[in-house]
Design a protein around this ligand. Sequence first.
Ligand code: GDP
Ligand code: ZN
Length: 351
Amino acid sequence: MTVSTEFDLHDLGWDASWEDAFEPYAARQLIPARVAVRHHGPCELWTERGSVGGVPAGKLTDEELPAVGDWVAARPLPGERKALIEDVLPRRSAFTRKEAWRRTVEQVVAANVDTVFLMSSLGPDLNTRRLERYLVGAWESGAQPAIVLTKADLEPDHVAAVLDVETIAFGVPIHVVSAVSGEGLGELEPYLRRGATIALLGSSGVGKSTLVNRLAGRDVLTVREVRADGRGRHTTTHRELVLLPDGGLLLDTPGMRELQLWAGEESLDGTFEDVAALTADCRFNDCAHESEPGCAIRAALAEGSLPAERWESYRKLQRELRSLEIRRSKRLQSEERRRWRRVNKSMRKRA
Ligand code: GDP
Ligand code: ZN
């Protein structure tokens, strides 16, 4: 016996436009499902029939594999709590990362996120440079960012910290919370609407799991009983997608935790609006901001209106993005060459 509750798809974020996107699949007797957990084996799918194991169909390439948060078209296997994932519905937002260093294959780590909480703890660990990075990732993903500063109870005076974060936030809302005292948690409620998906992004120790448990009102990192093939066994399951009692879904996957920067350079401008505005004022269009006359960046640095560390942070991110771009275009070139070789070969055969 497998314990499995049924889901109302609207609790999981299903709406009229997903319904439209799904029409061709419904005609083929496939069912909609949301990917709740993704590990190396089958992933966990949430469907109207409850939770089932999902196995990607062989025709899906590595790049087409579903990620946590994806809506998929699944074919239930008769008599089994399993389904074949035949396709992934077009994503509304996606967080991607490099799979491993050097490999420039984009891997989607979370999909269809509405809001992303960019988390950092108050006190000595507060890291505005890291928040800046997260902001770049958030704008690139298509999800709406909100900055959440945690452990307010440890830092009674957080005015200075908030002012500091404001200098990089550019209108992104900032919330100061404590999972211990409960301070500020009410401010997060508007994000947790029924069917909304909220991802947590922040380094280890900032309090993500604690916040998940607090908002869920229970420990979601628990040992639960799973019975497969009629045999009882215990496994510890980390829920990557957590359905909150009053609506809303929290997405907390290990992939998000190690998110590496993967963004086009243009997304830097969203995070560094001040830098972008200044460079537009440089006398020369191709100003390298080194020693050119009329350089607005140099002038702002000299008078202190652009902090040196912010400029360095921008330069560093820009360098990382450029090296990624170069690796990506090299990969595309070699793929192109391989393709042509294949075409040539088949033409020679035919001739
Ligand atoms: P994660 O790695 O981001 O999931 O962080 P955890 O949720 O595991 O929290 C790391 C540590 O910070 C734990 O010891 C928590 O008890 C503690 N912690 C989390 N939230 C708060 C908070 O709001 N206030 C205080 N004082 N400690 C917190
Ligand atoms: Zn310049």
